[in-house]
Structures are given as structure tokens and as C-alpha cells.
Write a protein that binds this ligand. Structure first.
Ligand code: HEC
Ligand code: HEC
Ligand code: HEC
Ligand code: HEC
Ligand code: HEC
Ligand code: HEC
Ligand code: HEC
Length: 483
């Protein structure tokens, strides 16, 4: 009997040892690396077939050979303060997140959490901030707003409040949806003004107790309207895939997505057919209009029925988006909802060429209507019949705007003494410049330059007191049907 137990126990031990050895020889991470090498080889082979230059061919053949001979190995990322991270051992093909967060100083855990020494998928990923969505607003204070490796504050906790974007984004109207709540309550006669009694700064509208004071459509209002978009667990209102797609906080603007929200980069652990990722592991501030339009201009809302109808030409919008390039006519028809009026620049420019940093990421104040929250005005760029646009000379070489080229390569060279535009509300517009007779705007997204026509000296028939866009659109109206 004893013998039998002993025999079984040793058998078990041998099995365990064998299994561990097998794992040691053939760990999961080596598969991901091999898949990555193979993928690189086939990419380079395609390229080889295309080039004619002999020197280039030779280089490519060498590169192919070196990938073919490469052996998987543990990748230790040694950070500046001596900490070691091994996430790249599996995520070998992953793109650099951005040039301002280089992986050899930032590593991965600063944004993702997790256990960076582990080479086992489950333990490595335990306690990650927000899984595949570290930019979700619920955990952004830990990921984007946490302390950097060397103890400096990232996007929260700074002396200069303008740098604390995690805090301002959380309180901005795009995150709180206080505007939706307020409009609907006013429509139903629950409030006389835009103020919503008891709603506090930063409180998200779907957590407001009893938004319609118990009326029958309260539940559907919460579900169809307030609970959408980048709130905890909310889904984008994109009727693009059968699966559920989440738009999450900072990522919903800063990580570009394709219509299916699938990953197309070089990381072999991430499956190309699984929804819920940006296109590549890359933060950007060059945000094109179709990224904003994953929430905006998708269709129309019926406040009474609490229904959302997708715009009828959505198929075309998505086809053009997938193609990646759109002509002026495509852009004109895809940009806004059919039937809307706009001036030419409202389509030739991208949303973020007009909408300022405080428009998109909040200014720390509490708004309950979009109209109050918007900072930009037509006159900020065009002036009025009597006034030129407001500008200011850049004097301080330590000014934050000198850091713009770090995040946006399209930023036009800036020198001390150059004259930039300012909004009436006092925000700088450093992509807009005045020099002599020239009033020039450079697009943040495409880098294209535009001459800004001024109202002063033109035949414009505007009424000086009526500066709202609706007044301008009475005369300056283009639509997709009448470009
Ligand atoms: C500056 C913050 C930051 C750093 C540093 C960072 N990431 Fe990410 N990572 C993100 C964000 C934001 C996303 C979400 C992207 C999305 O929505 O698809 C992400 C997504 C991912 C994904 C999912 C695939 C994808 O692209 O969506 C993987 C895998 C990943 N990161 C691994 C890593 C690894 C490994 C490192 C270190 C080499 C790292 N990350 C460094 C911010 C960061
Ligand atoms: C043993 C291999 C391995 C290691 C080590 C590893 N990962 Fe992963 N990671 C994977 C695999 C495989 C996936 C894809 C999982 C899936 O499709 O559900 C993944 C997915 C992810 C994702 C996307 C999550 C999602 O839900 O799709 C993130 C973010 C990520 N890893 C970050 C990290 C970070 C940060 C580290 C280091 C702390 C790390 N990983 C270490 C294998 C690994
Ligand atoms: C995840 C969804 C989502 C994305 C992505 C998004 N928005 Fe919004 N945005 C909203 C919602 C919802 C509101 C209205 C909130 C309300 O009225 O309560 C809004 C309001 C606005 C407003 C009016 C209020 C203000 O803050 O000035 C502007 C301007 C705006 N968005 C511009 C943009 C731009 C530009 C982008 C792209 C860079 C963008 N949005 C991307 C959801 C989104
Ligand atoms: C609605 C879209 C939107 C959302 C959501 C958003 N951003 Fe931004 N962000 C922008 C745009 C547009 C710019 C470029 C404007 C500028 O810098 O003046 C920008 C610029 C930035 C910059 C400045 C880069 C520089 O040049 O200094 C940082 C940092 C940043 N965002 C961080 C965040 C963080 C952190 C979050 C989440 C808490 C976030 N953003 C959410 C649209 C967005
Ligand atoms: C040429 C500049 C310009 C462009 C481009 C532009 N906007 Fe605006 N937008 C404005 C101005 C100016 C206002 C304020 C309107 C007013 O005066 O009442 C505004 C207002 C808004 C509002 C608030 C509406 C309200 O009821 O007050 C939203 C939301 C908005 N824009 C979103 C967007 C989105 C999304 C895009 C890109 C698809 C975009 N805008 C492109 C200039 C622009
Ligand atoms: C951020 C700066 C900016 C803002 C804000 C802005 N514009 Fe423009 N506008 C331009 C630029 C640049 C051009 C030249 C566009 C081009 O050549 O495609 C232009 C062109 C125009 C033109 C002449 C082109 C034409 O034939 O339509 C009119 C009219 C105009 N804008 C009206 C408006 C109105 C109305 C608003 C407010 C809704 C507005 N603009 C807001 C920058 C701006
Ligand atoms: C009653 C009609 C009317 C209204 C209202 C109106 N405009 Fe004009 N605007 C014109 C006419 C006519 C011209 C000269 C013809 C042209 O150049 O398009 C003009 C010219 C302009 C130009 C110069 C265009 C160029 O190419 O040189 C700008 C910029 C402009 N308007 C902006 C505005 C803005 C901003 C508003 C709203 C605050 C506005 N306009 C309101 C009729 C109007």
C-alpha cells in the first residue's frame, strides 16, 4: 500500500517536472514572438517584390534573414530608475504609444498597472487599470492622472491647473452629459431654466436620481440617452458592428479607431477580428472629424419618444471612412447630418481646427448647456465689420505652446515675437497666425494652410450684434445638396 502511494506520488512529481520543463522550453511568449517574426518576414517579402533598387533589395534580404534566424528571448525593459518590465516579451510587436511617452523611460505599468515582471498572461494582467481601456474616466486618475515613474505628476495634480486634464475632462459637459439632462427636463417642464436643481459639478447625468421625476419614460431616457457613450460601461451609439463597442474617456478622442474598432497593428497577441480596440497602439492629438463623429452627427434624437434614428446615409459615411481618404464632395456629405447648414470652413477645416482645447477637454467649470460650454465663435477667426480678430504677441519662450511640436508634427514653426490669435474668452489659438497682411490658419490634422477671409473690408451684410452661427448661416449656407 505504502509502496503504491509512493509510486503514484513520484509519478505525479515526474509529471509536474516534465510539464514545467515543457513550459520552460515552450512558453506561450515564444509563440507570440515566433508569430511576430513570421509576420515581419512576410511583410518584408511583399516589400521585396515591389522594390527595384539593388541596394534596397540587399538590405531587405538581410532583414528577412535576421528575422528568420531570430530566436525568442525574454525582453527586459530597463527603465530609467532601474525597474524592470517584461510585458514586451509577449507584446513584442506593439507600437510605441507616442513620442512623448517613450517605452524605454515610461514602460507599460505606469499607464496599465498589472505585474510587469510576470511572464504568465493571467498574473501579468492581474489588477490592470481598466483592461484594454486604461483611458476610461473611472480609472483615468490612476492611469493618465497617476504619478509618473520619477514621481512627477502626469495629467492631474499639477500646480498649473491647465495641465490637469483628467480633472477637467471628467467635469466637461461631454463627460457629464448635463446638457442632455437639462434640455430634456426643460422640454418636459420640470425646470424653467437650464439649471438642474441638485446636480453638482462633475456629477454624471445618469447618476442623477430620478432625472424625469418618475415619469414612465424615465427608464428609457436613462438607457437610450444618458447611459450612452464614454461613461462607465457605456457603449458608443455606432450602429457599425453587431458586437458592443465601448468609447472610453481619453481614448475616445486620442486613439484613432476604424469603423469596426479592430486592431490592425503588429502585436500578435491581439486578434484582428476582435472588436474594442483602436487601430494601433498610438496616442495622437491629430484627431480627424470622423473620430469626433463616432458620437456626433450619427443621427437624430427624438426627445419626446426617447428614440435615436441613425442617419439614412450612414452606409456611405462608413464606406468613405473605411476607404481612409475622402474627396471634398464626400467630406461635404459625410461631415454633418443631411440637411444641416454650414459655412465652407465648417467642412474644409476639421472639428479641432475650430474647437479649442477647453471646448473638447473642459475648462473646469460646470455647464448645463452645450451653448454655454462652447468657447469658439465665428468672430474669433473672422472678426466683425468693425473689429479685426484678437491676437497676441508670443513673448515668453517658456510658454506651453512651444511644446506643441512634441505632440503635433504639423505645428508651424513658432518664434518669440510671432503673433497668434486669441479667442474672446482668452484662449490661445497657436495654429492661427497674423503676419503683415496675412491671416493664416494651419490645420492641426492635415497641416494644410488656409487664408482666413476677414469681415472687415468685405461686402458682408451681417448685423454687428448678431454674431451667433445661426445668424451667419442665414446667408452663408451650404448643404450637401447645395455645396
Ligand atoms: C501613455 C500610456 C500608455 C503606455 C505607456 C502604454 N500604453 Fe498600452 N494602451 C494605452 C491606451 C490608452 C490603450 C487603449 C488603446 C485603445 O483604445 O485601443 C492601450 C492599449 C494597449 C493594448 C491593447 C491593444 C491596443 O493597442 O489597443 C495593449 C496590448 C497594450 N496597451 C500594451 C502595452 C504595453 C506592453 C506597453 C509597454 C510597452 C504599453 N501598453 C504602454 C496606453 C498606454
Ligand atoms: C504571457 C504573455 C503576456 C504577458 C507577459 C503580458 N501580456 Fe498582455 N496580453 C497577452 C495576450 C495573449 C493578450 C490578448 C488577450 C485576449 O485576446 O483576450 C493580451 C492583452 C493585453 C491587453 C488588452 C486587454 C484586452 O482585454 O484585450 C493589454 C492592455 C495588455 N495585454 C497589457 C499588458 C501589460 C501592461 C503587460 C505587462 C504588465 C502584459 N500585457 C503582459 C499576453 C501577455
Ligand atoms: C464618446 C462620445 C463623444 C466623442 C468621441 C466626442 N464627443 Fe463631443 N459631445 C459628446 C456629447 C454627448 C456632447 C453633449 C453633452 C450634453 O449636451 O450633455 C458633446 C458636446 C460637444 C460640444 C459642445 C459642448 C462643448 O464642450 O463645447 C462640442 C464643441 C464637441 N462635443 C466637440 C467634439 C469634438 C471636436 C470631438 C472630437 C475631437 C468630440 N466632440 C468627440 C460626445 C462626444
Ligand atoms: C473630446 C475629445 C477629447 C477627449 C475626450 C480628450 N482629449 Fe485630450 N485633446 C483633445 C484635442 C483636440 C487636443 C489638442 C488640443 C490642444 O492641445 O490644444 C488634446 C490635447 C491633449 C493633451 C495635450 C497635448 C499637448 O500638446 O500638450 C493632453 C496631455 C491630453 N489631451 C490629455 C487628455 C487626457 C488625459 C484625457 C482624458 C482624461 C483627454 N485628453 C481627453 C481632445 C480630447
Ligand atoms: C469652422 C469652425 C468649426 C468647425 C470646423 C466645427 N465647428 Fe462646431 N462650432 C463652431 C462654432 C463657432 C460654434 C458655436 C456656434 C454658435 O455661435 O452658436 C460651434 C458649435 C458646436 C456645437 C454646439 C452646438 C450648440 O448647440 O451650441 C457642437 C456640439 C459642435 N460645434 C460640434 C462640432 C463637431 C463635432 C465638429 C466636427 C464634425 C465641428 N463642430 C466642426 C465652429 C466649428
Ligand atoms: C478657427 C477659425 C475659424 C472659425 C472659428 C470660423 N472660420 Fe470661417 N473660415 C476660416 C478659414 C480658414 C476659412 C477659409 C476656408 C477655405 O478656404 O476653405 C474660412 C472661410 C469662411 C467663409 C468664406 C468661405 C465661403 O465662401 O463660405 C465664410 C463665409 C466663413 N468662413 C464663415 C464662418 C462662420 C459663419 C463661422 C461660424 C460658424 C466661421 N466661419 C468660423 C476659419 C474659421
Ligand atoms: C444678410 C446676409 C449676411 C449675413 C447675416 C452674414 N453675412 Fe457674411 N457676407 C455676406 C455677403 C453678401 C458677403 C460678400 C460676398 C462673399 O464674399 O461671399 C459676405 C462676406 C463674408 C466674409 C468674407 C468672405 C470672403 O470670401 O472674403 C466673411 C468672413 C463673412 N461674411 C463672415 C460672416 C459671419 C461670421 C457672419 C455671422 C456673424 C456673417 N458673415 C453674416 C452676407 C452676410
Amino acid at each position: 500500500m505504502m509502496k503504491k502511494i509512493f509510486f503514484l506520488a513520484s509519478l505525479l512529481l515526474i509529471l509536474v517536472v516534465l510539464l514545467t520543463l515543457k513550459q520552460g522550453n515552450h512558453p506561450k511568449w515564444s509563440d507570440y514572438q515566433k508569430a511576430y517574426f513570421a509576420e515581419q518576414v512576410s511583410k518584408l517579402q511583399v516589400e521585396l517584390g515591389r522594390v527595384n533598387d539593388e541596394a534596397k533589395k540587399k538590405q531587405l534580404q538581410q532583414d528577412i534573414l535576421s528575422y528568420q534566424n531570430r530566436k525568442p528571448e525574454i525582453i527586459n525593459l530597463v527603465l530609467s530608475e532601474g525597474k524592470v518590465e517584461r510585458c514586451k516579451t509577449c507584446h513584442i510587436g506593439l507600437e510605441e504609444i507616442s513620442s512623448s511617452h517613450p517605452s524605454n523611460t515610461f514602460g507599460c505599468a505606469v499607464c496599465h498597472g498589472g505585474n510587469p515582471l510576470s511572464l504568465d498572461e493571467t498574473t501579468a494582467h492581474a489588477q490592470m487599470f481598466g483592461g484594454s481601456h486604461p483611458g476610461s474616466l473611472e480609472i483615468a486618475s490612476l492611469s493618465c492622472g497617476g504619478p509618473g515613474g520619477n514621481g512627477v505628476s502626469c495629467h492631474s495634480g499639477n500646480q498649473e491647473t491647465g495641465k490637469n486634464l483628467v480633472d477637467s475632462v471628467k467635469t466637461s459637459i461631454m463627460s457629464t452629459k448635463a446638457g442632455e439632462l437639462s434640455v430634456v427636463r426643460m422640454t418636459f417642464g420640470l425646470d424653467k431654466t437650464k439649471e438642474v436643481a441638485g446636480l453638482t459639478k462633475g456629477q454624471v447625468a445618469y447618476r442623477y436620481p430620478s432625472p424625469l421625476q418618475g415619469r414612465p419614460n424615465e427608464g428609457i431616457f436613462q438607457q437610450n440617452c444618458l447611459n450612452q457613450c464614454h461613461q462607465s460601461g457605456g457603449e458608443l451609439p455606432v450602429p457599425l458592428s453587431q458586437g458592443k463597442i465601448q468609447g472610453n474617456g481619453c481614448e475616445s478622442c486620442h486613439i484613432l479607431t476604424n469603423p469596426t474598432h479592430t486592431y490592425i497593428g503588429d502585436d500578435t497577441t491581439i486578434k484582428g477580428n476582435k472588436s474594442g480596440y483602436g487601430m494601433v497602439h498610438n496616442l495622437t492629438t491629430q484627431i480627424p472629424y470622423n473620430q469626433c463623429n463616432q458620437c456626433h452627427n450619427q443621427g437624430s434624437h427624438d426627445i419626446i419618444k426617447m428614440e435615436f434614428s441613425v442617419r439614412p446615409d450612414m452606409g456611405k459615411v462608413i464606406r468613405d471612412w473605411t476607404a481612409g481618404y475622402s474627396t471634398w464632395t464626400d467630406r461635404l456629405s459625410d461631415y454633418y447630418l443631411p440637411g444641416e447648414l454650414f459655412a465652407k470652413c465648417e467642412v474644409s477645416l476639421d472639428c479641432i481646427d475650430c474647437h479649442t482645447r477647453q471646448d473638447v477637454m473642459g475648462d473646469g467649470k460646470f455647464y448645463t448647456s452645450q451653448h454655454d460650454a462652447v468657447h469658439i465663435q465665428c468672430l474669433d477667426c473672422h472678426g466683425t465689420k468693425e473689429k479685426l480678430p484678437v491676437t497676441k504677441k508670443v513673448e515668453n519662450p517658456k510658454d506651453l505652446m512651444f511644446e506643441e511640436p512634441i505632440t503635433n508634427p504639423k505645428f508651424p514653426a513658432l518664434q518669440k515675437g510671432d503673433e497668434i490669435f486669441m479667442t474672446t474668452r482668452g484662449e490661445e489659438l497657436p495654429f492661427l497666425r497674423h503676419k503683415g497682411d496675412h491671416w493664416i490658419q494651419t490645420s492641426r490634422v492635415t497641416g494644410k494652410t488656409f487664408k482666413i477671409p476677414l469681415v472687415v473690408g468685405s461686402q458682408c451684410k451681417q448685423v454687428p450684434e448678431e454674431q451667433g452661427a445661426d445668424s451667419c448661416h442665414k446667408c452663408h449656407a451650404r448643404t450637401a445638396l447645395h455645396p
